[in-house]
Design a protein around this ligand. Structure first.
Ligand code: ATP
Length: 362
């Protein structure tokens, strides 16, 4: 099994510790995405897997072999970078063939692999062109093609789409999704800033913060059941509304008080010892809807309306609680600044975190 296993992996640059002990078991054929804020260590971790950074502590296994001291060229990996790094004087064909020529592969094998990669990435019409005669998206596909030709056991991507404009990003993202389908046994590890890439490409997402793992899970698992406030805020856009609250009644369901004193019942269990403690109450903008008369969570005046066509974002200045609440309404929502609104959400969409920021849902 060509998995990638990280056991208590650590990295320090001199005295500065940047990765604090990462344990991760990536299965063969899995597509795993590393996400996290700038500087959290995503690229460092990927580069340690690639062998481009030394490992300060812990053990790294690729294909069940300890690779801590194995050079990049012997790890069975191929990496695609943000900058495509193609040879400008070589055709697309030669760029893709280059590594195999260096490795003394036969001409027929080189031709077979280049044409197969070109076919997967729809590059066949461009094989005789120089990189300068290609769009950014096509160039990045050549860089991916070059990596495919190496027939890697593990494919590493470091923000491969971040130099592309919005439309090309979407098109190339779809190419990568197809690539995953056409190479089901190849393990892929992908670093990105982009939530949509992470949500759409990943089998599992690894959320990192300051050199530690916050949560690992399938995209919708992270979205629906964030383990802590960090993941709750990081996954989803606009971010989840988080309001400070106090635990009032504990038990199989919990009653909290919002800042204006309003009680809210949340269907999560809490121990009696939690009564009186501070908590954070969370609800996603897309889970809010206009309340019928009577029951509502929030009541306030609209401060800003952002009509995006497919959705309308309402920024609500809460009357009692002093917090700004964001609501995402489907389609075009008729509202203007100053309108009074009441918002509600289904109980199962409510989140509750303890004073340390850990979810109360078990
Ligand atoms: N050569 C180095 N010497 C010292 N510190 C470094 C070095 N390279 C990276 N770092 C630090 O390590 C941390 C992790 O950096 P890394 O590039 O892995 O983060 P990242 O999550 O990929 O960030 P970004 O999303 O901005 O690319 C950062 O705090 C960075 O400043």
């Amino acid at each position: 099994m060509t998995g990638v296993v990280l056991k208590d992996i650590r990295k320090a640059y001199g005295q500065v510790k940047v990765i604090h002990g990462i344990d991760l078991d990536i299965k063969q054929g899995e597509f795993v995405v590393f996400v996290g804020p700038s500087g959290c260590g995503k690229s460092t971790l990927l580069r340690m897997i690639a062998g481009l950074e030394t490992i300060t502590g812990g053990e790294m296994f690729i294909d069940e072999a300890l690779v801590n001291e194995v050079p990049p060229s012997k790890r069975g990996i191929a990496m695609v970078f943000q900058s495509y790094a193609l040879y400008p004087h070589m055709t697309v064909y030669d760029n893709m063939a280059f590594g195999m020529r260096i490795a003394n592969e036969s001409k027929s094998e080189i031709d077979r692999r280049v044409r197969s990669a070109a076919d997967i990435l729809q590059l066949t019409p461009y094989l005789d062109r120089l990189p300068k005669a290609l769009s950014g998206g096509q160039r990045q596909r050549v860089a991916i093609g070059r990596a495919i030709c190496r027939d890697p056991k593990v494919f590493l991507f470091d923000e491969p789409l971040s130099n592309l404009d919005a439309a090309l990003r979407v098109a190339t993202r779809i190419e990568i999704a197809k690539l995953k389908e056409s190479m089901p046994d190849t393990t892929m590890i992908y670093v990105t800033h982009d939530q949509v890439e992470a949500m759409t490409l990943a089998d599992r997402i690894v959320v990192l913060s300051a050199g530690r793992i916050e949560q690992v899970g399938a995209p919708l698992e992270l979205y629906e059941r964030p383990h802590n406030l960090f993941v709750a805020r990081f996954i989803g856009s606009p971010a989840m509304n988080i309001i400070s609250a106090t635990v009032k009644e504990t038990g199989d369901t919990t009653t909290i008080a919002l800042p204006d004193g309003k009680p809210v019942r949340v269907p999560v269990a809490t121990a009696a010892s939690e009564a009186g403690k501070a908590a954070s109450f969370g609800v996603r903008p897309e889970d809010l809807s206009v309340a019928a008369d009577g029951d509502h969570l929030f009541e306030g005046k609209i401060a800003i309306v952002e009509a995006l066509g497919e959705v309308t974002l309402l920024y609500l200045e809460e009357v009692g609680g002093q917090e700004t609440i964001v609501a995402k309404m489907p389609g075009i929502f008729q509202a203007k600044k100053g309108d009074a609104v009441r918002l509600t959400a289904a109980p199962e969409k409510l989140h509750l975190f303890d004073a340390e920021g850990k979810t109360y849902r078990r």
